[in-house]
Design a protein. Structure first.
Length: 268
């Protein structure tokens, strides 16, 4: 039942999406969406403000407004659905973690951030493979991952690694099915990974639309699986392009459940 009560509010102008408040919330009432912390559902927030101390930017505050009442049973169901509290324990036994420094490429994006899943980082390029292009190449321990995070829901549209990037959008099962994913697809790409079946498709469209509008993406390659639910991923990307009013070179690659390439060949 809705009533006037205390509840968390996020100042989107101040929030930098570091995710530290999420670790401080034992109820799982907060999530990172479109690069900002947001309330998942009013009934998950108890209004006690444990998350306030977890925000280095001062973007979290307690206000009074009309909201659904706090529902402990709904919280338990929610935590079970997401695999438990992100911090691992109930807040009564687990204080909010202290912040530490995450330095981004070039130093200009340095900021305090305690959540490894949302801390933006860029990495040096892996050495090139020695064998000739077009020939069967050996596996290598070198990673071609150039940045972090990679989950679609965690990558902010303003991430520096998206600027002028060749974007690789990947169904999250594909790297597991494809044994040489790094060599075949990831080199010199910015990657965003997610599941079109279990995640929110409209959130994906909104996220990609904003990226296409602002980041100057040069090309988009979608790597999805042969299973029917994966067919939504290229449609999501194309819809986002249309909403952004952008025509960006697009390439789709379809991977079988045994890792063979059924459509599209090498990434463009």
């Amino acid at each position: 039942m809705s009533r006037i009560r205390k509840i968390v509010e996020i100042d989107e102008e101040l929030c930098d999406g570091c995710g530290q408040c999420i670790l401080a919330c034992a109820e799982g009432a907060l999530e990172i969406r479109d690069g900002k912390a947001r309330i998942v559902k009013d009934s998950y927030c108890d209004g006690l403000g444990a998350c306030l101390s977890g925000c280095p930017a001062g973007a979290v505050r307690i206000i009074e407004r009309e909201a659904d009442g706090f529902d402990p049973e709904a919280v338990e169901e929610h935590l079970a659905a997401i695999g438990g509290h992100p911090g691992g324990e109930h807040k009564e036994h687990s204080p909010a973690p202290s912040s530490h420094q995450a330095t981004l490429a070039g130093g200009e994006f340095s900021k305090p951030c305690a959540c490894p899943s949302s801390r933006i980082e860029t990495f040096p390029s892996a050495p090139a493979f020695a064998s000739n292009v077009g020939q069967e190449q050996p596996f290598s321990s070198d990673s071609n991952l150039a940045h972090w995070p990679i989950q679609i829901r965690l990558v902010p549209p303003t991430a520096p690694f998206l600027k002028g990037a060749d974007l690789l959008v990947v169904a999250d099962c594909a790297p597991v099915a494809c044994p040489d994913f790094h060599r075949r697809f990831l080199k010199d790409k910015a990657i965003m990974l997610g599941c079109p079946k279990f995640d929110n498709a409209e959130e994906y469209v909104a996220k990609f639309s904003e990226i296409f509008s602002k980041a100057g993406i040069r090309s988009v390659t979608v790597v999805d699986m042969e299973v029917p639910c994966c067919s939504a991923l290229p449609m999501i990307v194309k819809k986002a392009m249309k909403e952004a009013g952008k025509e960006i070179p697009f390439h789709e690659i379809v991977v079988s459940v045994r890792g063979s390439i059924l459509k599209g060949g090498e990434a463009g």
